[in-house]
Design a protein around this ligand. Structure first.
Ligand SMILES: C[S@@+](CC[C@H](N)C(=O)[O-])C[C@H]1O[C@@H](n2cnc3c(N)ncnc32)[C@H](O)[C@@H]1O
Length: 244
């Protein structure tokens, strides 16, 4: 795709709710949800509350990290746990651990004998996550792999019932291609931030990210191997399954 075609295919500034962006930017750092801030708040209030264990991990993350906005929020944690529950997932893969919040949310919904492998490249983040995992009653279900995710994923046999892709956005196509052959027939790939920033970048760093996300979204749209739905939860989560 040429740069011009890319630009013309993206939403225009002002095409998405500015008020929601401003309100959310205050709370979430760079994350901007797609729906009105009041609706977002109502949805949060009327979803189950965050567990005390996850609330403690979130508080610890805000204390220890200068990028706490990278962490999933409570509704997203419930969504991930519900996907584990719904798919009766036993083997879960996460790409992008950060401080372990989403991994712990998914681990809490696993059945006896279930397992989550979670990949993190940053040793500082991995050390914080390891502490959170060790303090959890679900520590034995979590396998933390420190290093770049791609070689790790290529060495894992699968099949995976649920994959959560939530690391560097420019790697999404490679992660997707690496995990797709290892997805179980009823498996789901959940991809985070697919509507990041309303796909309207605010600075050069976001521009690279948004371009990569748009290219990923476009590839997916034309990929006959899979069917997908893009949810406007937070800043977009795409759920992908094999074509039936
Ligand atoms: C958005 S955060 C993950 C948030 C986490 N899933 C959660 O919801 O709490 C992305 C993480 O991916 C990690 N990361 C970036 N590139 C990576 C790579 N190539 N392999 C593994 N992890 C990577 C970053 O260090 C960061 O901690």
């Amino acid at each position: 795709m040429t740069a011009d075609a890319y630009e013309s295919d993206l939403p225009r500034p002002g095409g998405l709710p500015q008020r929601a962006r401003r309100a959310a930017a205050t709370v979430l750092g760079r994350r901007r949800p797609m729906v009105d801030a009041g609706i977002e708040e109502y949805a949060q209030t009327h979803s189950s509350p965050q567990s005390p264990a996850l609330a403690a991990v979130a508080a610890d993350t805000r204390r220890l990290s200068d990028r706490p906005f990278m962490m999933s929020d409570a509704p997203q944690a419930h969504l991930l746990a519900t996907l584990v529950h719904l798919g009766r997932a036993r083997n879960v893969l996460e790409i992008g651990t950060f401080t372990g919040y989403s991994a712990l949310a998914m681990a809490s919904a696993l059945p006896e004998g279930g397992r989550i492998t979670t990949c993190e490249i940053d040793t500082g983040n991995a050390a914080i996550a390891a502490g959170h995992f060790a303090a959890s009653p679900h520590a034995d279900r979590i396998d933390l792999r420190v290093g770049p995710a791609l070689p790790t994923v290529r060495n894992l046999p699968g099949p995976f019932d649920l994959v959560f892709i939530d690391a560097d956005k420019t790697g999404y196509v490679r992660y997707f291609e690496a995990v797709l052959p290892k997805l179980s027939p009823h498996g789901v790939i959940a991809v985070d931030n697919t509507l990041h920033s309303g796909l309207v970048p605010q600075d050069p760093e976001e521009r690279v990210m948004v371009r990569a996300l748009h290219e990923f979204n476009t590839l997916l749209r034309h990929d006959r191997r899979v069917e997908q739905v893009m949810l406007t939860v937070r800043d977009g989560i795409t759920l992908i399954r094999l074509t039936s």
